[in-house]
Design a protein around this ligand. Structure first.
Ligand code: ADP
Ligand code: MG
Length: 284
């Protein structure tokens, strides 16, 4: 069995994955996709990608485009481009979660700066503003009043990318100073941790200094996490949840899940579970 692991920046996670794949007897190739180009109108990629590809690119567009290209050549990729597209775009994720009856923060989208103030007013302050595409809590801001919102909008309007001129606003969910990251692999929760906000930070991303502690998910959380994972198309996912007053709320499903923080708090080897799942999938 040959497994290719595609990446654009090598992290600890990819190193663990290669190690586990080798232990499980796979011929494994780490592929830096920044060095590749493709004849997308041709029949086959120049490089062989083996039996299956584990997609680990950080960049949303790079990951999505590469997955689309490989799938077009008939190469199996985990996660699929469908999952990548849904999870990488917060607008699509929010709509899907809500439609499926999964509790998720109330979200308003404004298609220009002309309606954003009204949208925030209707939603009620404080509002959380997020980029449609992004991770690590980057560029996620908390506007406590119209003045702050106005300044953020002014800044975004000065940016060249047209996606910045549309606005994703969310109710600020009252919760403990932590959230939940559940790692789902092939329909099973393989690790679940609290991410405790670091210092004065309100965002609970590990990239923003949050510390992790493992816990056992109860029935309600298990159900909602697995439902969300299945909804987006399954595979290897990081489901983020908050403990709201109304119950567990899912605010994000991550496609190329980072698990360094979860691994630090967890006994089971997450990388091993991932590789086992990839091998299982390749054999199906
Ligand atoms: N609506 C919200 N209310 C309160 N906190 C939030 C809300 N949305 C996000 N957060 C906080 O910000 C963090 C990052 O948000 P998230 O939507 O997961 O984006 P990212 O893709 O950057 O991780 C969350 O883990 C959580 O701590
Ligand atoms: Mg997140």
């Amino acid at each position: 069995m040959k497994l290719s692991i595609t990446f654009d920046r090598l992290r600890q996670e990819e190193k663990w994955l290669v190690l586990e794949a080798k232990k499980l007897g796979c011929t494994t190739e780490l592929v830096d996709v920044k060095n590749l180009f493709f004849d997308v109108t041709g029949k086959k990629p120049k490089n062989g990608f083996g039996d299956i590809v584990l997609q680990r690119c950080i960049s949303y567009y790079r990951s999505l485009f590469l997955t689309r290209i490989l799938e077009n050549f008939g190469v199996r990729v985990i996660n699929t481009s469908k999952v990548s597209e849904v999870c990488g775009n917060k607008l699509i994720t929010s709509m899907m979660l809500a439609k499926a009856g999964i509790l998720t923060p109330k979200t308003y989208v404004s298609l220009s700066s002309e309606s954003v103030t009204e949208a925030a007013e209707a939603l009620g302050y404080p509002v959380v503003m997020k980029p449609f595409v992004g991770s690590w809590g980057r560029m996620i801001s908390l506007a406590k009043d119209p003045q702050t919102l106005g300044t953020i909008v002014e800044l975004k309007e000065s940016l060249a990318n047209p996606i910045e001129h549309m606005y994703y606003l969310q109710e600020f969910v009252e919760r403990p100073p932590r959230d939940i990251r559940a790692i789902v692999v092939g329909g099973e929760i393989v690790a679940s941790v609290y991410r405790n906000a670091g210092g004065d930070e309100w965002r609970t991303n590990v990239a923003r200094g949050a510390t992790t502690s493992a816990f056992k998910p109860d029935k309600e959380l298990t159900e909602i996490v697995l439902k969300a994972a299945e909804l987006v198309g399954g595979g290897i996912l990081g489901v983020d949840a908050m403990e709201s007053k109304e119950g567990y709320m899912i605010h994000e499903v991550n496609n190329t899940v980072e698990f360094k923080g979860a691994q630090a708090a967890s006994k089971d080897k997450i990388a091993k579970k991932i590789v086992e799942y990839v091998i299982r999938s390749a054999k199906q």
